[in-house]
Design a binder for this molecule. Structure first.
Ligand code: URA
Length: 303
């Protein structure tokens, strides 16, 4: 089941009925729901097994019976928390209904953040311990190793890829396959050791067949990368390719346009560039990537 595609379809259908003037939806055994809220925080309408009988679920929707086994966040007993939706969504709604619609990724991320425990985590190893057995999405079932990240715990530069491939999954370390060897060479060519930087990915578990991670998978992992960035507090984040770049800064254009231009993600400087796998397939892009890489020492190591 491709959950994110299904949710996108539902989102589009809800928007269509909303545009036609329908403002509310009634679902048996659930509170009367304002459609606008559902669209803006879609995760909140996933039915909860304990709260809604099997029969009602089948009647209402085509959602699978066990959303948590299909790559989704667990929603057990969560929906009361999201009616009204998380404060920041509600707050935006109060500002005159003109807010841009939340992307699915953002909506999911907010829900996951709300489910995070309040325990304060101060180090990367504490963060790793918290997530090492993570089963928040279906990738947890197929991975060999969770690939958390590797490098200096006070590195000034973080390289951010998309997700582990087969080699990374087998070894539990990011960027150790073909693309990783190219990345390591490019880092060394700058006169920097790989061990002096921090390398990680947006998703920590290998998507099967090396497919792109889905928005729901990205959202499940987003709290981890956000905390990694906060804890490491690097001077520079180098995003490798479209997925990490647009996950941090969704409004940017594609990587071909965005590359090489300094960006800001919250408190951090971001340098988007091509993914090494793309460079392996498109050698002619190498000079452009190298132009970007040459900016790294100045941005990450100069006071
Ligand atoms: N590609 C990525 O994005 N990350 C890895 O760790 C390896 C390949």
């Amino acid at each position: 089941m491709d959950y994110s595609a299904l949710l996108l379809q539902i989102e589009n259908q809800l928007q269509t009925v909303h545009k036609k003037g329908q403002n509310y939806m009634n679902i048996e055994a659930m509170p009367r729901v304002e459609l606008r809220r559902v669209i803006e925080g879609l995760g909140a309408i996933i039915p909860v097994e304990k709260d809604i009988s099997q029969k009602q679920q089948e009647k209402q929707t085509s959602f699978p019976n066990h959303p948590d086994q299909s790559g989704m966040i667990q929603y057990k007993n969560t929906h009361p928390k999201f009616f009204p939706p998380p404060a920041d969504i509600a707050e935006n709604q109060d500002k005159g209904n003109k807010v841009k619609q939340q992307s699915l990724t953002k909506a999911f991320a907010q829900i996951v953040i709300h489910q995070e425990s309040a325990k304060k985590i101060n180090t990367l190893s504490e963060l790793f311990q918290k997530y090492e057995d993570c089963q928040r999405c279906a990738l947890g079932k197929t991975r060999k190793n969770l690939v958390f990240g590797r490098g200096l715990s006070n590195a000034t530069v973080m390289f951010l890829g998309e997700g582990p491939g087969a080699d990374e999954d087998a070894q539990g370390e990011p960027f150790v396959g073909r693309a990783g060897r190219l990345l390591t060479k490019m880092i060394s060519a700058l006169g920097i050791e790989r061990s002096d930087v921090y390398i990680t990915n947006i998703v920590k578990c290998r998507p099967p067949e090396n497919r792109n991670p889905t928005p729901a998978e990205i959202s499940c992992c987003l709290p981890i990368i956000k905390q990694q960035i906060k804890i490491l507090n690097p001077k520079l984040i180098v995003t490798l390719g479209n997925i990490p770049t647009k996950t941090l800064i969704p409004e940017l254009p594609g990587i071909t346009k965005a590359r090489g231009k300094i960006q800001q993600y919250e408190n951090w400087t971001v340098l988007p560039t091509f993914h090494p796998s793309y460079l392996l397939r498109n050698r002619s892009a190498m000079p452009l990537a190298w132009e970007d890489f040459k900016k790294i020492p100045e941005l990450a190591f100069n006071n």
